[in-house]
Design a protein around this ligand. Structure first.
Ligand SMILES: Nc1ncnc2c1ncn2[C@@H]1O[C@H](COP(=O)(O)OP(=O)(O)O)[C@@H](O)[C@H]1O
Ligand SMILES: O=C(O)C1=C[C@@H](OP(=O)(O)O)[C@@H](O)[C@H](O)C1
Ligand SMILES: [Mg+2]
Length: 175
């Protein structure tokens, strides 16, 4: 029996990098399944990420998120998008060791444009721009450390980003 080999690619990066969008585009291009750990946690908990943060707290969400990443890495062979904060959890980082991880990078200006008023993103309360700035500064080194490859998304449409990720993954698979 062939052992499952994990997702074809795992997308990480800050809110607004386009992980969810690019994961869908990649899955369409490859004709494979897509999973997003935010959606997995929401389905399991029967409530939105926003509701989980408010009603049960961020540590509870991170715990559920770690379990969702672990399950997806074990079972899923398509495209996997994580939530922006997933890799801040050391246990989640451990689960990703050996996986093909692409960091979708985004700067403050484009991230702020893309998340708009931040609806549905519970960490973007108050001054959204300054929250994003803090989050980017804190997390950038971690994204870079966890990633096998980085794709810049500033000023580029999502389909162009997806094409670049696809080309890189296909080259890696052929290598
Ligand atoms: N490269 C891009 N250029 C412009 N808008 C984008 C791009 N990628 C995603 N978006 C838009 O930005 C918003 C956030 O995208 P999303 O895929 O949810 O990001 P993430 O999952 O990384 O938080 C969505 O409205 C999406 O349509
Ligand atoms: O950056 C974060 O900590 C979060 C990012 C969100 O996912 P996206 O990055 O897909 O928006 C979601 O998991 C939650 O709101 C927390
Ligand atoms: Mg997302």
């Amino acid at each position: 029996m062939t052992e499952p080999h994990g997702p074809r690619v795992v997308l990480i990066g800050p809110m607004g990098a386009g992980k969810t969008t690019v994961a869908d585009l990649l899955a369409q291009a490859w004709g494979c399944e897509v999973r997003d750990t935010d959606q997995d946690v929401e389905a399991q908990e029967g409530r939105s990420v926003q509701e989980i943060f408010i009603e049960l707290g961020e540590p509870y969400f991170r715990d559920r998120e770690r379990a969702a990443v672990r399950a997806a890495v074990r079972e899923h062979t398509g495209v996997l998008a994580l939530g922006g904060g997933a890799v801040m959890d050391p246990g989640t980082r451990e689960v990703l060791v050996g996986q093909r991880v692409v960091f979708l990078n985004v700067g403050l200006a484009d991230a702020a444009k893309r998340v708009g008023l931040g609806q549905g993103r519970p960490l973007l309360v108050g001054n959204i721009r300054s929250r994003i700035k803090t989050i980017l500064t804190e997390r950038l080194p971690i994204y870079a450390a966890v990633a096998s490859h980085v794709v810049d998304t500033d000023g580029r449409p999502a389909d162009e980003v997806a094409d670049e990720v696809r080309a890189w993954v296909e080259a890696e698979e052929g290598a």
